[in-house]
Design a protein around this ligand. Structure first.
Ligand code: 6LW
Length: 512
């Protein structure tokens, strides 16, 4: 039987939502405080995804300044109705929904509208278009009193005015009721409304639960089979954990598949973030059955019965920045950096700006996701620092409080050095320093595996090791939060126009 490898989107791509128009599938994921926001992908076979754009890609659309990297844009839903694409999502501040919005487009590649605010409490908004053309908005919020701790609620969305109208319907408090009923999506099958949700939180107790109703506004009755999908009961040898937050899509041939988030821990911790897994679904009289053959999310799964995609997406390769800027896989933190990171004829010019990686502003930083536990990343960098307060190089970035960097800097006498620093729980430590010949362009490299990130610098054709940072230090379990590691290029300094030059960046998975 032909198979594919899960995850279908490796690296930090949490909270996937999917829809289909004809033969085309579209998928969006959370982006947190990374900019641009809400990456949008296209596929014909559900397995190979190519990024088309970001839904939020204009400055000023949402205020991300000052946010923890794990706040920001959370858990979008994408739907298509009568020629219009809709994405609903929330801006989270201090781990709570602060503003909910909807954006629309006729072409998923954009342009997307500016966010239209919706008067909605909570997080994880979704839309359901009923057969009669009415659109229902659902989300989750804290529940008052006895019913809690969380509740799923619904209001009608007026599609003309993009405004929530009519009464609020409280739909359901969850099946497990332990923690956080969230990520609701509503589907209609054979006249029955199926409300699918996540419960237990997005960590080890994550699960998929369900309720059903004969009318769209309820009453919703718990599906007694809940949880319908979870790996919470599996042991440490299980390769995929934290499974949940599903969205369902039907293929033209009548199959149903779910996209789910999951993580691949190594010795109990994961660094890649929550990734997108594809799971088969069978509809029965009792409701959806997830992964009917195995009951779980597998690294190798049978292929959807869809026409094969014409070609594989290009393998990760060396990115030359000579005359070209960073592509769609690159992000900055909390806002655009066009004024700080500019493509030039010789490479990417990064201005040594005062905002540090450890702050909550917009540092001179661009990063791409770490997508493989074993990988090699390197960049050819030139930077003439005049003192220890100026540095530029390669960052392994989990959060503003937890990251490592291999940078070019200078000592107090102005002599150039390469330094390895690590920051944990907000405190920075210099692990190693090696002197460099003045004016030399060097290659900064990091290699990761199950145990550690190892840093090296190449001067001429000679490699020098600077040391290692334990892998778990940059894991979500150690750092907290909702994101995975990004590999970045950055510069920091006095903001006096001094720049680093990055000729190329190379990212490659290494063989197991
Ligand atoms: C997401 C929610 C969640 O909105 O994490 O704990 C949030 N669960 O479903 C951020 O990914």
């Amino acid at each position: 039987m032909p198979t594919f490898r899960n995850p279908v989107l490796p690296g930090c791509h949490p909270d996937p939502s999917v829809c289909r128009v004809g033969a085309d599938f579209y998928l969006v994921t959370s982006s947190f405080a990374y900019y641009p926001g809400l990456p949008l992908f296209h596929s014909r076979d559900l397995v190979r995804w190519r990024q088309l754009t970001h839904v939020l890609n204009r400055p000023g659309q949402l205020p991300l300044h000052g946010l923890d990297v794990s706040d920001g844009v959370w858990a979008p839903t994408i739907r298509h109705h009568e020629g219009t694409f809709y994405v609903v999502s929330t801006l989270a501040v201090n781990r709570r929904g602060s503003r909910t919005f909807v954006v629309t487009a006729t072409d998923p590649a954009g342009p997307w509208s500016d966010p239209v605010p919706l008067e909605a409490e909570g997080i994880d908004p979704s839309l359901f278009f009923d057969d009669d053309g009415r659109c229902w908005f659902t989300a989750c919020r804290d529940a008052p009193g006895e019913g809690g701790p969380g509740e799923l609620w619904m209001r009608e969305l007026d599609l003309e005015r993009l405004k929530l109208v009519g009464p609020t319907h409280v739909l359901w408090n969850g099946a497990v009721r332990g923690a956080w009923v969230e990520a609701p999506h509503l589907y209609k099958r054979d006249g029955v409304y199926h409300l699918i949700a996540a419960e237990g939180g997005t960590e080890r107790n994550h699960s998929v639960t369900a309720a059903r109703a004969a009318h769209v506004t309820g009453p919703y009755v718990t599906d007694p089979r809940s949880p319908l999908l979870t790996h919470r009961h599996r042991g440490p040898d299980e390769p995929v954990h934290n499974v949940g937050h599903v969205d369902l899509v039907d293929t033209p041939g009548g199959e149903t598949w779910a996209v789910a988030l999951g993580v691949r821990p190594v010795d109990g911790t994961h660094t890649l973030g929550r990734e997108v897994f594809l799971v088969p679904v069978a509809w029965t009289a009792a409701g959806p059955v997830f992964a009917p053959e195995t009951g779980g999310v597998r690294l190798s799964e049978r292929l959807p019965a869809l026409p094969a995609a014409p070609h594989d997406p290009p393998a990760p390769a060396l990115t030359s920045f000579e005359g070209a800027g960073p592509g769609l896989e690159w992000s900055s933190l909390r806002g655009p950096v066009d004024h700080l990171v500019r493509p030039g004829a010789d490479g990417l010019e990064i201005e040594a700006a005062p905002e540090p990686l450890s702050g909550t502003g917009v540092p001179a930083f661009v990063g791409r996701r770490q997508q493989h536990v074993r990988f090699h990343a390197a960049a050819r960098v030139r930077f003439a620092a005049s003192g220890p307060d100026e540095e530029a190089g390669l960052a392994v970035f989990q959060s503003q409080d937890q990251h490592a960097g291999l940078a070019l800097t200078a000592d107090a006498a102005g002599a150039p050095h390469a330094v390895l620093t690590v920051r944990e729980a907000g405190a920075g430590t210099r692990l190693a320093a090696v002197p460099l010949p003045p004016g030399e362009e060097v290659v900064l490299a990091v290699e990761g595996d199950e145990r550690a990130y190892a840093f090296r610098v190449r001067i001429g054709d000679r490699w020098t090791g600077l040391g290692e940072v334990e892998r778990a230090l940059l894991s979500t379990e150690r750092a907290g939060g909702f994101v995975g590691v990004h590999l970045g290029l950055y510069a920091q300094g006095r903001g006096d126009g001094r720049r680093a030059l990055v000729r190329w960046f190379d990212y490659r998975p290494l063989q197991h």
